[in-house]
Design a protein around this ligand. Structure first.
Ligand code: HGY
Ligand code: MN
Ligand code: MN
Length: 416
């Protein structure tokens, strides 16, 4: 089977991106579609409605992964494409959403062309990629790698996870039951905005992702003594606020000073009781660190935690450290990378191989099926912010590369 030179329907894609981008959009705060929020549920319902309107099968699994499916011959394997419709609290319109809508558009385009493929095509929206609760929850469930540790110590805390699951009618058993037999999957391809400056700076149309950074997330609780801020001498304080600030500084100092190829971030600091005139008795510092190399990630996390413990000692604080997330670095499949490169070439688009600084569902799927990622440029490299933007031409390019890649993988589906 040669790969037919068909193209996506640009007008339909545009209308869908505009419509989806309004679901959960607040002009003052950007996109608020955190996991299982009203807006997130509305966006997922919108996806199923668009699938049904196109005559595709609409499915929801027991991890609440939402899919549109264009079935192939009975018993055929699936070329899975997609990303996530949940967002960070004040996010942009393209992170995750572009990959889901373009995957849907690929299915509709193949159906319109009445192509008879030897595989099924599926466009999936994974649950909780961003980690409002866990992070890559839906893809971990589908890959069958949801460990007890992940569910015991999620980013949101176990209590909130369990209450949210029950509120939306999910369960831990259901999450585990969402496992898909990898033998039924031919490949996974995720189109995503780059969320960084490289493609725009280099003037390249398409990024062919080689590897995806790993990530470790920690919650540090520092406990001292709440005291009167006016009467307590400085040298008599067990000041959790001072400890939190010094610990946050240590995260950046260790990373920049000893691991210049890595990144780390302190995303949240909470002080208790949180009043001008009370020395904080408790502090929570949430940080993450990332590396493309598994061993380097372990060393980076260990060095940061050593320094955090030293800060706690200096400030005479008790420190409780909980790891609340761990995503191993992943490499993409060479055959999928070649299919992406060829699809870009056939379209006359420039492409370059590059790593992903951001984490994605693809890094979870890469453990169980041949996986790849297609990047398109982010304007100014901005993401996880309401000003996140990708030019529509680049959205169309990404969708057509995803289409060409899916058709090539369908033709070669026995490659894996
Ligand atoms: O955090 C990440 O890298 C992704 O946006 N969830
Ligand atoms: Mn994101
Ligand atoms: Mn994303």
């Amino acid at each position: 089977m040669t790969v037919p030179a068909i193209r996506i329907n640009e007008e339909r894609l545009h209308d869908d991106l505009v419509a989806l981008g309004e679901i959960g959009w607040d002009p003052a705060h950007g996109l608020a579609r955190t996991t299982f929020s009203r807006a997130h549920s509305a966006a997922r319902e919108w996806l199923l409605e668009r699938a049904r309107a196109a005559g595709l099968q609409a499915r929801v699994d027991s991890a609440a992964n939402h899919s549109a499916v264009l079935p192939g011959p009975p018993g055929s394997r699936t070329v899975l494409m997609g990303s996530h419709l949940d967002s960070v609290p004040s996010g942009g319109r393209y992170d995750g959403a572009l990959g889901v809508v373009c995957a849907l558009e690929v299915l509709r385009t193949v159906q319109d062309a009445d192509l008879r493929l030897p595989v099924s095509l599926e466009a999936i929206d994974f649950t909780d990629e961003e980690g409002t609760l866990v992070g890559t929850l839906g893809s971990w469930a589908l890959a069958g790698v949801l460990t007890a540790e992940i569910l015991a110590r999620p980013r949101s805390g176990r209590e909130r996870l369990l209450s949210e699951l029950s509120r939306v009618g999910l369960s831990e058993d259901g999450l585990r039951a969402a496992r898909r037999d990898p033998g039924t999957l031919a490949a996974y391809v995720e189109l995503h905005i780059e969320q960084g400056p490289v493609l725009e700076r280099e003037g390249v149309d398409i990024g062919v992702v080689t590897g995806i950074r790993g990530n470790m997330s920690f919650e540090v609780t520092l406990t001292g003594a709440a005291r009167h801020a006016g009467t307590t001498p400085l040298n008599a304080r067990r000041d959790a606020g001072r400890g939190a600030v010094l610990a946050a500084k240590a995260v950046g100092d260790v990373t920049a000073g000893e691991f210049p190829e890595c990144v780390a971030n302190v995303g949240d600091v909470q002080l208790e009781p949180g009043a001008f005139n009370v020395v904080p008795g408790r502090a929570r510092v949430m940080f993450e660190c990332r590396s493309v190399d598994r061993d380097e990630l372990d060393r980076l996390a260990a060095r940061i935690l050593d320094r955090v413990r030293a800060v706690a000692d200096d400030c005479r604080l008790d420190a409780e450290i909980r790891r609340v997330g761990h995503w191993a670095p992943a490499t993409t499949n060479p055959d999928v990378r070649s299919a992406i490169e060829r699809a870009a070439e056939d379209l006359g688009l420039s492409s370059m191989e590059m790593p992903s600084g951001a984490g994605h569902d693809a890094q979870v799927l890469a453990d169980v099926v041949p996986a790849g990622m297609v990047f398109v440029p982010s304007v100014g490299g901005v993401s996880h912010d309401p000003s996140e933007h990708t030019q529509f031409t680049d959205c169309v390019n990404g969708a057509n590369v995803l289409l060409g890649t899916a058709l090539a993988l369908a033709r070669d589906h026995t490659f894996a």
